[in-house]
Unconditional design. Sequence first.
Length: 171
Amino acid sequence: MRESLLLQLDALYRFILVRVGFDEAAADDLLQQTAETALRADPAAMAAVESLEGWLRGVARNLVRRHWRDRATRDPHAHPRVGDGLRVLAALESGCPAEALAERELRVALLWAIASLPAGDQWLLYAVYRYGKSRPQVASELGCSAKGIEMRLYRARERLREALARCGEDE
């Protein structure tokens, strides 16, 4: 099991890093806690696990939730407030979204909304908008057409808009 765990750590680190808002120290800590949980797990129970990757992501998801809950009690601005998502939407549609997103609360709301999306949508949005990959590059990586990527990107942006509209309502 240790060998398969080691193979999963790189992807798991990126999975966690996105969900903690690119806070590398927090991602390191949560990855270590996830690995420790896996190594301490009962071997007989782990043998029954259908997908090690899915199990590890579940553990990491729970640890990320705990991280944000704990952080929200220490820092009230770490959690988005109702209305922040709508302000992010307005900022993204403005002429200079980078300038508007300089405000910490808006960045937090955007990261929360992105973290609520399915992993495929997150990957696609980050690939195109954070890392600057072109649609044809992403299409070749995923083995589909650029038009298909355009449609998936459209749907991911729609889901992001919906998530931003709901941002902060969970509390």
